[in-house]
Design a protein around this ligand. Structure first.
Ligand code: SAM
Length: 231
């Protein structure tokens, strides 16, 4: 039976990888990644020589889901990693899992001659929530917010929600996101988790207005990767 492993990898600190993830990456026939340079950093640190390293995407530059299904049909073991964290959480992966699951589905509604195994690891989502100091028994994850259509509706939803809301944001758009929060959700407590597990890790909580002033007056902090949490 072939196996597709969905392997969680670090979100910054390369020590945040499980023993099982390292063993699986050593053993599989193919490692699929988003960017070979990023994957190589992790593999080099743990002296793992990939038997085959390939980029997974549906464009000409990478291998497609149907090619991967072909490998699995031949009995190959395949591991999918993303640039950071858990594959499929706001990055490529979920579509591949869907296609593989669909392809190998037997009449009994079980995945047939191919197993899909999770090798759990970190995610920026759970890492941020674990140190934010907000209620986490119940939260809504919004992924990356749309740039245009539906954006205003989402900010209104955030403003009206009694739940903890979480979204991912890039450094290019973090000020825009804070401006929208200031406009639509001025009374919410906003927590920004920046550069988690990295040298410049920062957690900062305040109103959107105060945070906007902070980041506008500290442009050196408008860098890196951001998770935004509102409550
Ligand atoms: N699959 C990843 C996961 O499990 O968290 C998320 C991938 S998504 C393409 C990348 C986004 O995750 C970044 O834009 C940022 O919002 C968030 N992110 C990833 N690493 C982070 C870190 N070290 N600190 C803060 N946010 C991070």
């Amino acid at each position: 039976m072939s196996t597709l492993f969905i392997v969680g990898t670090p979100i910054g600190n390369l020590e945040d990888v499980t023993l099982r993830a390292l063993r699986v990456l050593k053993e599989v026939d193919v490692i699929l990644c988003e960017d070979t340079r990023v994957a190589q950093k992790l593999l080099a640190k743990y002296e793992i020589e990939a038997k085959q390293l390939a980029t997974y995407n549906e464009q000409e530059s990478g291998v497609t889901a149907s090619k991967i299904i072909g490998w699995l049909e031949e009995g190959k073991s395949v591991a999918l990693v993303s640039d950071a964290g858990t594959p499929g959480i706001s990055d490529p992966g979920s579509l591949l899992v869907e296609k593989v699951r669909e392809h190998f589905k037997s009449e009994n509604d079980k995945v047939g001659p191919c197993k899909i195994e999770a090798v759990p690891g970190p995610s920026a989502l759970t890492t941020a929530l674990s140190i934010a100091g907000v209620p986490v028994h119940d939260f809504v994850f919004l992924g990356f917010l749309p740039h245009k259509k539906g954006r205003e509706t989402l900010f209104k939803e955030i403003a009206g929600s009694e739940r903890t809301m979480v979204f991912y944001e890039s450094p290019h758009r973090i000020l825009k996101a804070l401006e929208s929060l200031q406009k639509f959700a001025p009374n919410k407590k906003v927590t920004i988790a920046r550069e988690l597990t990295k040298i410049h890790e920062q957690i900062i909580s305040d109103s959107a207005e105060e945070l906007l002033t902070y980041f506008e007056t500290n442009p050196d902090k408008v860098r890196g990767e951001f998770v935004v949490i509102t409550y």
